[in-house]
Design a protein around this ligand. Structure first.
Ligand SMILES: Cc1cc2nc3c(=O)[nH]c(=O)nc-3n(C[C@H](O)[C@H](O)[C@H](O)COP(=O)(O)OP(=O)(O)OC[C@H]3O[C@@H](n4cnc5c(N)ncnc54)[C@H](O)[C@@H]3O)c2cc1C
Length: 264
């Protein structure tokens, strides 16, 4: 079950970091307890850059508690953030210490990042440094580097990896790397795709690699509009220009971000 921290705390003040972490932890603890009792895996999705450190802090705060020492949970990291690789290294060190204390492994789902337009708008409107990689090639390269850092026998013992995306080259690279390093797909490494995008390709991946984890929105019938926003987002991604031009203006290479209520 994938959750967003913003879904339990809403907008929060950037300067009230500790308060926001405490608020989110208090909101999420009952959910994690029910999940643990029902043997259900919870994954914290990653949102905008401003949520990176918050989400990691919430994740660590919950899993550092004795009651969750043997609970298996996960978090998403984005390669379009230059900080993604460092965050992965930090979580790996922390997860190894947890394993040494008898704890369960964590999972990190590695994605490229879905909020490119919003990050650019924030930077342009506020005159801030851009938080994301300057080009698609940099995002792709960081993705491969993050896979190379993490897909080793030693690291997956503490950090199970989800290779998540729709790009067949990237998925294939991750699968071959995992196989070369003697890792088993489905137990030590997951391959993950989105419902609503290129279903025949997802079927082909499943036929080739075996188990495929599918990301689907689950909503109550009366909240069906939230699922629609998920599907609109998929449509938007499918329609995004695929140019790799280094000199193109951002407006020609990036899609507009959809509603914050989206199940990303
Ligand atoms: C199971 C699953 C869970 C996901 N969960 C999350 C999540 O929690 N948080 C989240 O943010 N995303 C999430 N995503 C979406 C993901 O981040 C990507 O947006 C999506 O998968 C498209 O990337 P790709 O590798 O499939 O496709 P590709 O076409 O190879 O890559 C597209 C991506 O490249 C990057 N990119 C494109 N143009 C540029 C540019 N000019 N400069 C820099 N970077 C560029 C962007 O990140 C864009 O989304 C998830 C995806 C999957 C499959």
């Amino acid at each position: 079950m994938s959750l967003k921290v913003s879904s339990v705390i809403g907008p929060h003040a950037a300067y009230g970091f500790n308060e926001a972490v405490e608020h989110a932890v208090n909101q999420l603890l009952p959910v994690f307890r029910v999940a643990r009792e029902n043997n259900t895996f919870i994954n914290l999705d990653m949102e905008e850059y401003k949520d990176l450190h918050l989400t990691i802090a919430v994740f660590k705060n919950i899993l550092d508690r004795d009651e969750f020492l043997t609970y298996h949970s996960g978090i998403v990291l984005q390669s379009y953030l230059p900080d993604g690789r460092e965050a992965l290294a930090d979580l790996t060190v922390w997860a190894k210490e947890r394993r040494a204390r008898g704890g369960a492994p964590i999972k990190v789902r590695v994605v490229k990042g879905a909020n490119l337009s919003m990050e650019r708008v924030d930077a342009a409107m506020r005159g801030w440094e851009l938080t994301v990689q300057p080009t698609k090639e940099d995002t792709d390269a960081n993705y491969l580097v993050m896979l190379e850092d993490s897909l080793t026998k030693e690291n997956v013992d503490a950090v199970r990896i989800g290779i998540a995306g729709q790009n067949l080259f990237t998925l294939a690279y991750g699968v071959l790397l995992a196989r070369d390093n003697g890792l088993e797909i489905g137990t030590e490494v997951d391959v993950e795709m989105l419902a609503g995008m290129a279903t025949p390709q997802a079927n082909a991946v499943r036929d080739d690699v075996g188990p495929l984890l599918y990301y689907v929105p689950v909503v109550k019938p009366e909240e069906y509009d939230v699922a629609i926003s998920y599907l609109v987002r998929r449509l938007e991604e499918n329609a995004t220009p695929r140019t790799l031009c280094r000199t193109c203006s951002p407006s020609k290479t990036a899609p507009y971000s959809s509603s914050k209520r989206t199940v990303s």
